[in-house]
Each structure stands twice: as structure tokens, then as C-alpha cells.
Design a protein around this ligand. Structure first.
Ligand SMILES: NC(=O)C1=CN([C@@H]2O[C@H](COP(=O)(O)OP(=O)(O)OC[C@H]3O[C@@H](n4cnc5c(N)ncnc54)[C@H](OP(=O)(O)O)[C@@H]3O)[C@@H](O)[C@H]2O)C=CC1
Ligand SMILES: N[C@@H](CCO)C(=O)O
Length: 433
């Protein structure tokens, strides 16, 4: 047998939504994957918590490890796939142990890579092993490969993504069906989109993990959660979805990484996106990423961002790359050359803004509002007033011309101090991507 014909023996830790998907693809596409990778991908061992659970796939011929870290030490395992989740605990222990032994490691775990990416990449590069995580960002979309390989000729200036299927699914159904937040979240959990702790999804942490990874690949900085300002979608009210539509926008939770003069800004926030923009068309559990780069211009990537088949598709694509012997540094440049990301103050953010106020319905209110904006040098782009807000008073909704976040925060403080303002103002950024 030629060296190339030797099978690649795989151990999979975690047999939940994604793990079972990987088992199914390996079983369904054995010949196709062997032809593409130049070696058969042979699943030999698995690990999960409950050995007796029926997972709808045949595991009877496979070795079982109660402790997932034992997969790394097995002589019959060449490559370990980690589909447990969590930034630390067994996932991290397994990653370290696998790479220390010079074996390649494939994962869908964005928390692990966002928190320990540099350490693990350093270890992989020292040991000549491969560390792959295509499934960790945007599920089935090959965005890691695109940034690391397809766009390698370019300096990247910005990356904007809808990176969390759960949030996009919730926002879509709130808009289309007028359903309350909680009811839709339960559906996202049933479909298998949501994280084990769904607050990671709705509070923007999952998007932040993915943004940290994309920023690292795009800008050559080490993945760094410490510099990321994070806002989720809990505060988005149906009324904001309606006003956004009236103004020609749709609300999306975005992960944003962009090159600014002072460094790379990385943030997560719900934003108003113009209805004609590609990101506004992305509905349900679908993810999308828009990359701006100097020579190629704008490129757009879209596809299923979560769920069994799409996520497992990306995991198995990484296994094919390992079989092919595809190498190169994990984040596109050697781990030792990754720069430390600089914190960019949120107040430096420049852009246009949406503000919703609930105010008393009486003469002089609009004058107070416009005076507060004027004092902070914030110029109004559009202004709406609608009758009878829930809870009394009326809603006043405005968008601004370009300004900075320091001026917006100062304006919001002035609004909060006005007698006519009945509740804390809602502020959302507008992103023209
Ligand atoms: N679901 C999705 O759409 C996506 C998920 N991901 C990522 O993929 C990873 C897996 O997600 P998902 O499949 O949804 O998760 P699940 O919760 O469905 O599955 C997790 C699996 O890990 C096993 N497990 C948990 N703790 C241990 C442990 N200590 N030792 C051994 N096995 C353990 C569980 O075992 P048991 O079944 O016995 O309880 C289960 O099989 C996560 O990192 C997630 O963020 C990435 C993209 C999309
Ligand atoms: N919980 C994540 C899974 C995919 O990473 C989501 O909803 O997008």
C-alpha cells in the first residue's frame, strides 16, 4: 500500500448535534472523501457523556472513551475532532493533549479558539500538527478558508457578519410573525441552533467569539476577547423592528471588525442595516459575512450558520484538508507574529445612529429634544412621531447624520435628564454595509 493510501484514523469527542452530523457524513461519503483527500477517513473511536444514549447512528464498531482526553493518547487515532464545546474544561484539555502529541486537531468550538487560539496555534506550529476550525465561524460557510487563503493577496479593511443563527432566527420571526422573544428562542433551541447556554447567543457572546477569530485572520492580531465591546439582542423591542422597517432598515446582530487609524475595532451590536444591503436579506438561521479588502473590493459569503448538516460539513472539510496535508499557519501568519490587539475606545466609533424616545405628548417637547441634540452638535437626518406609545406618551424616533459615539452618549444623557422623556432612550447604530 502506498503511504498516501493509509487511512486517516479519527476520534470524535462529542456526539450531540454536530458530532452525530460528522458520523453521518463520514458514513455517507466514504468514497467521495477518500477521492478528495487522497486517503480514507476512518472513524475509529468516540467519546460522549452517556454511552447508552441512542443517537440514531451505529456506533457499535467503534471504541468508546469515557474520558475524551483519552482519545488523544490512542495509538489508533491520528486526528482528533472536538465537538463538546466550552472554552476550557475537557475541550481545552483534549486540544492541548492532542497537539502536544503532534496529532492534528479539528474543532467547531469558537469559544475555545477565541480564548486560547494563540496558545493552541503556537503548539500546533511547534509540533507540525494542523489546527482547524472552519465550523467555528458561520457554520457551513467556508469563511475561515476564504480569509486565510482566498483573500491572501489583500489587505483587509473590514469584516461585518451575521454570525449567530439563533439571533437571526429570533429577529426574523419577531419581524415576520410578531412573536415574542422567548417563544422564538425555544424554537431555536429545538432546531439545534442554540448554544448549551443560550445566553451566549442572545447576549452576543457567541458572535463575539466568532468576531475575535475573524479579526485575527483578517488583521493578523491574536484572538482577544478582552478588547471586544459586546451588546446582544435582549433590548430589541418589536416597536424598533417596525420603526426600522418604516425608515428603510432591518435590525441585525452584527459582528464587526474594522481597521481604524488607531488600530482594529472589534465590536458586537444590533444595528440597522439598509434594506437593500446584502446583510439585510439574510433571514432565519442563515449567516452571512461581508469582507472589504483593498484589491478585490467587497466579497459576500452566505449560507447556513448552524445546525447538524451545515456545521458537520465544515468539520469534515477540515478533515479532508488534514488528509491532503494542507499546512500553513493557523491564522494565516505564524502564531508568534500575531500582534497584540489594541483597545479602541467605543467613543471613537463614527457613524449614524437611530434613537427612540418615549415622551410626553405636549407642546415644547420637540424643541427640548432638538435643543439637546444641538448642544452636542448632533444633526438630525430624519424624525418621526407616532401616536400613543404603550405605557403612555408618544414615540419620537430619529436618525442622525454622521457623528461619533461620545456625542451620542452625551446626547442620551441629556435626553434622560429631560422631564418630558418617560423612559430610557433606545439607541442603535446604523451600518451601511
Ligand atoms: N449546534 C450547532 O449548530 C453548532 C455548534 N457549534 C459548536 O460545536 C460544538 C458542539 O455543539 P453541539 O453539537 O451543538 O453540542 P451538543 O450539546 O449537542 O453536544 C455536545 C456533546 O458533547 C458531549 N459532552 C459534553 N461534555 C462532555 C464531557 N465532559 N466528556 C465527553 N463528552 C462530553 C455530550 O455528551 P452527551 O450527548 O452524552 O450528553 C454531547 O454529545 C460546540 O463547540 C458548539 O459551539 C458550532 C457551530 C454550529
Ligand atoms: N449557537 C450558534 C451555533 C453556530 O455557531 C448559532 O446560533 O449560530
Amino acid at each position: 500500500m502506498k503511504e498516501k493510501d493509509k487511512p486517516i484514523k479519527i476520534g470524535v469527542a462529542g456526539l450531540g448535534t454536530v458530532g452525530v452530523g460528522v458520523v453521518k457524513i463520514l458514513a455517507a461519503h466514504g468514497d467521495l472523501l477518500a477521492a478528495r483527500g487522497g486517503a480514507r477517513l476512518e472513524l475509529v473511536a468516540v467519546s460522549a457523556r452517556d454511552r447508552n444514549r441512542d443517537r440514531g447512528v451505529d456506533l457499535s464498531a467503534l471504541a468508546w472513551c469515557d474520558n475524551p482526553v483519552d482519545l488523544a493518547a490512542r495509538d489508533d487515532v491520528d486526528v482528533v475532532v472536538e465537538l463538546i464545546g466550552g472554552s476550557d474544561g475537557p475541550a481545552l484539555a483534549l486540544a492541548r493533549e492532542t497537539l502536544k502529541r503532534g496529532k492534528s486537531f479539528v474543532t467547531a468550538n469558537k469559544a475555545l479558539i477565541a480564548h486560547h487560539g494563540k496558545e493552541l496555534a503556537t503548539l500546533a506550529e511547534e509540533k507540525g500538527a494542523s489546527l482547524r476550525f472552519e465550523a467555528a465561524v458561520a457554520g457551513g460557510i467556508p469563511i475561515i478558508k476564504s480569509l486565510r487563503e482566498g483573500l491572501a493577496a489583500n489587505a483587509i479593511t473590514g469584516v461585518h457578519g451575521i454570525l449567530n443563527g439563533t439571533c437571526n432566527y429570533i429577529l426574523t420571526r419577531m419581524e415576520r410573525e410578531g412573536l415574542p422573544f422567548g417563544e422564538v428562542l425555544a424554537d431555536a433551541q429545538r432546531i439545534g441552533y442554540a448554544e448549551a447556554d443560550p445566553s451566549f447567543d442572545i447576549d452576543g457572546i457567541d458572535t463575539a467569539h466568532k468576531t475575535a477569530i475573524l479579526a485575527s485572520l483578517a488583521f493578523g492580531t491574536e484572538p482577544d476577547m478582552g478588547n471586544l465591546a459586546i451588546e446582544g439582542i435582549r433590548t430589541i423591542a418589536p416597536v424598533d423592528i417596525d420603526y426600522a422597517a418604516e425608515l428603510g432598515f432591518r435590525i441585525k446582530l452584527l459582528g464587526v471588525a474594522r481597521q481604524m487609524e488607531a488600530g482594529v475595532e472589534t465590536r458586537v451590536y444590533p444595528a440597522l442595516v439598509p434594506l437593500a444591503a446584502p446583510l439585510a436579506q439574510v433571514m432565519g438561521g442563515t449567516n452571512a459575512v461581508v469582507v472589504h479588502a483593498d484589491f478585490v473590493g467587497r466579497t459576500v459569503y452566505e449560507g447556513a450558520g448552524a445546525g447538524e448538516g451545515p456545521t458537520a460539513s465544515a468539520v469534515v472539510a477540515d478533515l479532508v484538508d488534514v488528509a491532503r496535508g494542507c499546512g500553513g499557519p493557523t491564522f494565516g501568519i505564524p502564531a508568534g507574529s500575531l500582534k497584540t490587539a489594541k483597545a479602541i475606545p467605543a467613543d471613537a466609533h463614527e457613524g449614524t445612529y437611530y434613537i427612540r424616545l418615549r415622551v410626553e405628548d405636549r407642546p415644547g417637547v420637540m424643541a427640548d429634544i432638538t435643543a439637546a441634540l444641538g448642544r452636542e452638535g448632533v444633526s438630525i437626518q430624519s424624525l418621526l412621531q407616532r401616536g400613543q406609545a404603550a405605557g403612555g406618551g408618544v414615540y419620537v424616533v430619529l436618525t442622525t447624520h454622521k457623528t461619533n459615539e461620545a456625542a451620542i452618549k452625551a446626547t442620551l444623557k441629556r435626553f434622560t435628564g429631560l422631564d418630558c422623556v418617560l423612559e430610557s432612550p433606545t439607541m442603535l447604530r446604523i451600518e451601511e454595509v
